[in-house]
Design a protein around this ligand. Structure first.
Ligand code: GLN
Length: 272
């Protein structure tokens, strides 16, 4: 019989041996998962006994993590803007950078919001959870992603205010929205090779357009005309080198007051 503290060290050693950067932190996530407790509570239980089965479960999870599986897939969820979102291989893993888009959107007044390429639903559902009066639609070309988004909507009690539609960007939609947001696949095909290992567990179509990384913005800009309410705002996440090109695309379809916003690292991250 070992203790929780010893188990934590054992799992952290396994992770560190596989080159995982923040092994102690990840070890605590995995042991918490194996024990079915909140990670924050673990520190208070270091001296408690840890039974062999729980340690074996944590070691098995550590082996998956060491093999490159994302923490979100092992746990089955990831935190975004303070809430848990179900995440698996059907959707893009919500990223902290995307919280910049959410922060900017929450500066805007909105009642009807459209999220193009909604994936897990993390953007749309966060905006609706933060604005009790708002309603919204998420679209995705992946029916499998929409299943995850609908589950997240239910889990957050937002299914009556959030609709999810399987379509290409705005195709077939009706009505106008005063806020349109998107975090589209913006990695250029040529850059994917170098990122293969890191991104192997997420759907390729959520990451790259298979071209120059700008085709989603062309499609979005081209379809906005009939969907954006008068005085409405558009916010899209971008890759750090795409600010100028994406601004030009929105300028070309007559949008005004275009701004590029940085993320916490100071890199361009959102075009508003
Ligand atoms: N909107 C989702 C997110 O930001 C999914 C984006 C995507 O699949 N490209 O996480």
């Amino acid at each position: 019989m070992s203790t929780v503290g010893a188990g934590l060290r054992r799992v952290a050693d396994l992770l560190a041996g596989a080159g995982i950067g923040d092994a102690p932190r990840e070890a605590s996530m995995l042991l918490a998962e194996a024990l079915g407790v909140e990670r924050d509570r673990l520190a208070l239980r270091r001296d408690e006994l840890l039974d062999a089965e729980a340690l074996a479960r944590a070691e098995a999870l550590a082996a998956r993590r060491a093999g490159g599986e994302p923490m979100s897939h092992i746990r089955g969820w990831r935190e975004f803007w303070g809430r848990r979102f179900k995440v698996d291989a059907r959707v893009l893993d919500p990223r902290p950078e995307t919280e910049v888009l959410v922060a900017a959107a929450l500066e805007e007044p909105f009642g009807d919001v459209l999220d193009l390429g909604s994936g897990s639903g993390c953007i749309l559902l966060t905006l609706l959870a933060e604005r009790q009066q708002a309603r919204g639609v998420g679209t995705d070309v992946s029916g499998a992603a929409l299943e995850v988004a609908r589950e997240n909507a239910r889990a957050l009690g937002l299914e009556r205010r959030a609709g999810f539609i399987e379509t290409d960007w705005c195709a077939g939609l009706r009505g106008r929205f005063d806020l349109i947001v998107s975090n589209p696949p913006y990695i250029a095909e040529a850059e994917m090779a170098g990122l293969q290992r890191e991104l192997a567990h997420e759907p390729r179509g959520a990451l790259t357009d298979g071209g120059d990384g700008l085709s989603a913005y062309r499609a979005i800009a081209g379809g906005l005309g009939d969907r954006l309410a008068k005085g409405g705002r558009v916010l899209v996440e971008i890759g750090p080198t795409q600010g100028r090109a994406v601004s030009a695309l929105f300028d070309a379809v007559g949008l005004a007051d275009i701004r590029v916003l940085p993320d916490l690292d100071g890199r361009d991250r959102v075009v508003a």
